[in-house]
Ligand binder design. Structure first.
Ligand SMILES: *[C@@H]1O[C@H](CO)[C@@H](O)[C@H](O)[C@H]1NC(C)=O
Ligand SMILES: *[C@@H]1O[C@H](CO)[C@@H](O)[C@H](O)[C@H]1NC(C)=O
Length: 422
């Protein structure tokens, strides 16, 4: 039975929901650190902030009980709060299936999700037929913090994972990502761990102004398609001080990504930092304004890679800088591959229609395990333009490594080891 007081609250909530729905807010665009003029970077409990503990909604942290309903009810209570609120996931192991953290929320500031314990995924893959694991959608202002862990429990799903990246048909079904940000503005994910996702650790799509920092993402080197951070169609994203050890790309950026900074990433094992594959779908938006700096790649298959499909769709990648990167036993430290999934240097397919220009590789040093440390294969139809190599110092044990160039005239300055293409 609802008490009159509860009914009052319900009516108030309803009124607020209507208000929000009827009049889409045009909040000033602010960084997630500065939200509506207030610095919210530090985790401080604001006066009167409501703590919504999932345990109060029936969650049991025993690693067995299915807490999905409890999490959903707790999320709704936090999101629909008209005073500042945070969802608290305390110590213990909470099992949850696929679920939405959907907005818009009514909290005056960014809503906080504080994960102290572990959130573990259910293992029956059929439950994920319609999407990802934890889906954060239609939110303006969210902080996901707390030092806790998301355990994707992916092991059992890897054997049957389809390799959608290398799949040319577009009807491949990806395994669900652990954390999915879709239509999120002004979001921070900080000091969070992810282990063994079924698919990507983090998938950021159609988002704006996102900070991803102090994350530790781990999965075995052999786990398929477990990209660390996969970004598409998003602007103003900043990654800093993340550690990614995984089975696929540490960071992958595909179409429509604009203004991304990656700072102080430690990557490996994994497939490195990738732009692309591009030109896979019709009408792809270009990738531009990407800065990667002060990163370390350890034992990765690729270091810094731009890859595009031959014989497919147009696209573009421009204004990309890679600076101050240390390679430690990396197979392909610097690679532009416009013959993706085609035999290198002997690809019989039509050239790629993706335009690559204004790319700088600067101060890239360390060791490689490949006889071709700098591999630049561009499209015959759209040769790469304004590609600069400055101070490249990559060594293959005691022997020198080599370079390969096709449809490109790199602009060289400073040290070149391996030697420049003739
Ligand atoms: C790029 O994104 C950063 C936030 O990561 C923002 O501060 C900056 O203003 C953006 N640059 C442009 C040109 O929009
Ligand atoms: C890398 O970090 C060093 C020291 O913090 C700094 O001096 C340098 O400018 C950084 N490199 C880039 C490309 O930002």
């Amino acid at each position: 039975m609802a008490s009159p007081k509860r009914i009052g609250v319900l009516i108030l909530c309803f009124a607020l929901v209507c208000y929000v729905d009827a009049k889409p807010k045009t909040k000033p665009f602010a960084s997630p650190d500065i939200y509506k003029g207030k610095n919210v970077a530090k985790d401080e409990i604001s006066p009167g902030e409501k703590i919504v503990n999932v345990m109060s909604f029936g969650a049991i942290p025993d690693g067995k009980f299915d807490c999905t309903q409890a999490f959903m009810h707790a999320w709704r209570a936090a999101c629909k709060s008209n005073v500042q609120a945070r969802l608290l996931i305390p110590k213990g192991r909470f099992v949850v299936s696929t679920m939405f953290f959907a907005g818009p929320c009514l909290t005056p500031g960014p809503i906080t999700i504080q994960v102290v314990g572990t959130v573990a995924a259910t293992t029956d893959i059929s439950e994920y037929a319609n999407g990802e694991w934890l889906m954060f959608e239609e939110l303006d202002g969210i902080k996901l913090i707390g030092g806790g862990t998301f355990d994707g429990m992916g092991k059992g799903s890897w054997a049957t994972a389809e390799n959608c990246e290398a799949d040319e048909s577009n009807n491949c079904v990806r395994n669900p990502s652990s954390i999915y940000f879709h239509n999120v503005r002004n979001g921070i994910i900080q000091n969070i761990k992810s282990v063994d996702p079924k698919g990507f650790h983090l998938f950021v799509t159609s988002c704006a102004n996102i900070r991803l920092r102090l994350l530790k993402l781990t999965a075995p080197a052999t786990s398929p398609n477990t990209d660390g951070i996969h970004i598409s169609n998003s602007i103003d994203v900043k990654l800093s001080k993340n550690i990614i050890e995984t089975g696929d790309d540490c960071v992958s950026m595909i179409q429509g990504v604009n203004n991304v900074t990656i700072n102080k990433l430690k990557c490996g094992p994994g497939h490195g930092i990738s732009i692309g594959s591009l030109g896979k779908y019709p009408e792809e938006q270009e990738v531009k304004d990407i800065r990667v700096k002060n990163c370390t790649m350890v034992g990765t298959t690729n270091g810094l890679r731009i890859k595009t499909w031959p014989d497919k769709y147009p696209g573009a990648a421009s204004d990309i800088t890679f600076g101050d990167i240390v390679m430690d036993k990396v197979k392909n430290p610097i690679i532009i591959d416009q013959e993706y999934e085609c035999e290198p240097a002997n690809c019989k397919k039509k050239p790629s229609l993706v335009n690559i220009k204004d790319v700088v590789f600067s101060n890239i040093r360390g060791t490689t395990i490949s006889p071709i440390a700098v591999d630049l294969r561009c499209s015959k139809q759209f040769p790469c333009q304004d590609i600069k190599l400055q101070n490249i110092d990559l060594n293959l044990g005691p022997k020198p490594s080599g370079s390969r160039c096709a449809n490109i005239k790199p602009i060289y300055t400073g040290v070149q080891r391996p030697a420049a293409c003739l």
